[in-house]
Design a binder for this molecule. Structure first.
Ligand code: UD1
Length: 416
């Protein structure tokens, strides 16, 4: 697929099943080196980053096979060895492999991480946490080398609740010795899912979902079967798509309790969202109202990953909406593309001011990053005429098949 062609103006209807969460399955795959046995992941999303993680696991000697959306991984032939730099560069989250491999093998090395270009994405908290657990971490010519004969427990206070650092330290602690406490830990649902997986494998992780996570080290974990949580940002994407295009949809499998901040903004804009045991039913307002300023914040605040999606949904709202991006410094790159479609957006540093316009027009646009790219599809559904969304590799990192899902919801969406 080279581009997606979207002809806007058609309200959405029908239902779609929400895929498993990318940001949950990636740390779960990074935990696999701690396991001796077979791991079976159900609702496993088929994404490029997941395939990359599988490549890393294969380099480490594991075997992996798909059966529909179930992924089976066998670690019987595990052998620790440095992850190749090409793989590391492909995917930022590969840095999360560091903690688990270090704990299992006593040493780990990897290239400096790649991923979405959202501005500086430091990993100092990952590294200082590993050091606090007894690891020797050196950077030599762009390669990170970590050594520790045996990681010991540590009491680590994160200055900011980093999702990746919390996950990395949980994994290192799980395979290390003693008890590790991570304070000011991230509280994202994906952290809870990772803890659920580790505990299902015989680990001892407590407090996930609060700001203090305690992990008791264990020798090798055993295999398990585990369902990956539904992707809350994919769910937010399709809610925003319906909010932008109008209509009524059902998101099967979506978890409303993970989406409180997003759903309250959608309700404020005039839409109706009704959770039930099987998902979320959603009805768009006939015209959205602008909402109170949206400030991105760590969970349970408004997710930075949903900022571009909500901006796209609110482009034609009645009134002005202000966004404040507080997590990443370079997360308005989609703005220039949205402007090509007639959006009225002004950016002042971390603040973006969106004045609702009466209509948007189709244009040729390019994805700048994963969620920014999905936001272009959301905007296109509510634009007059045809939008061609190019540079899809970003979107493919996080969506199994966004064109398939938006078509299933009745959008006029054609992959080319
Ligand atoms: C994860 C998500 C990403 C989401 C982000 C914030 C994955 C694979 N990615 O990214 O989709 O946008 O959480 O919800 O799960 N920081 C430091 N030093 C560090 C690490 C982070 O200063 O060592 C800062 C970052 O610059 C940022 C903030 O902490 O300002 C949060 O980043 P973090 O939670 O670590 O994001 P990621 O784990 O990279």
């Amino acid at each position: 697929m080279k581009e997606i062609v979207i002809r806007g103006g058609r309200p959405l209807s029908g239902e779609v099943r929400v895929q498993g969460a990318k940001n949950s399955v990636l740390p779960i795959l990074a935990a696999v080196p701690l396991v001796d046995g077979v791991v079976t992941l159900t609702r496993c999303p088929r994404l490029r980053d997941v395939e990359m993680s599988i490549c890393i696991l294969r380099e480490l000697g594991c075997s992996a096979a798909w059966d529909g959306d179930t992924l089976n991984i066998d670690t019987a032939s595990f052998r620790g060895r440095p992850i190749s730099e090409t793989l590391m560069r492909e995917m930022r989250s590969s840095v999360v492999f560091l903690g688990a491999i270090l704990a299992r093998c006593g040493r780990a090395s990897c290239g400096m991480p790649g991923g979405c270009d959202l501005g500086a994405r430091p990993i100092d908290l990952h590294l200082s946490g590993l050091r606090a657990m007894g690891a020797d971490v050196q950077e030599r010519g762009g390669v990170l080398c970590c050594d520790a004969c045996r990681l010991r427990g540590g009491d680590i206070v994160l200055p900011v609740p980093s999702v990746g650092a919390t996950e990395n330290l949980m994994l290192a602690a799980c395979g290390g010795g003693g008890v590790t406490v991570v304070r000011n830990a991230a509280r994202e649902p994906e952290i809870v899912d990772l803890a659920g997986f580790l505990n299902a494998c015989g680990g001892d992780v407590r407090g996930a979902g609060t700001d203090t996570v305690a992990v008791a080290g264990r020798p090798l974990l055993h295999g398990c079967t585990y369902p990956v949580m539904p992707d809350r940002i994919v769910a937010a994407t399709y809610l925003c798509a319906a909010a932008a295009a109008g209509g009524e949809i059902f998101l099967r499998g979506a978890e409303a309790r993970h989406l409180d901040a997003a759903l309250s903004v959608l309700r404020e804009s005039g839409c109706q969202a009704t959770p039930d045991a099987n998902g979320i039913r959603f009805r768009a307002a006939s015209r959205l109202k602008a909402v109170e300023p949206i400030h991105t914040a760590p969970y349970p605040g408004f997710p930075t990953d949903a900022q571009a999606l909500f901006m796209a949904a609110l482009l034609r709202a009645d009134g002005t909406t202000i966004f404040e991006e507080n997590l990443f410094e370079n997360r308005y790159r989609h703005v220039a593309e949205l402007r090509r479609m007639g959006a009225d957006i002004r950016v002042f540093g971390r603040v973006a001011v969106v004045n609702g316009v009466a209509s948007l027009r189709g244009a040729a646009v390019e994805c700048t990053d994963l969620r920014g790219g999905a936001a272009l599809c959301v905007a296109a559904l509510s634009a007059d005429g045809e939008t061609r969304v190019g540079n899809l590799r970003h979107i493919q990192r996080g969506y199994e098949d966004i064109a398939r899902d938006l078509s299933a919801l009745g959008g006029d969406v054609e992959p080319m």
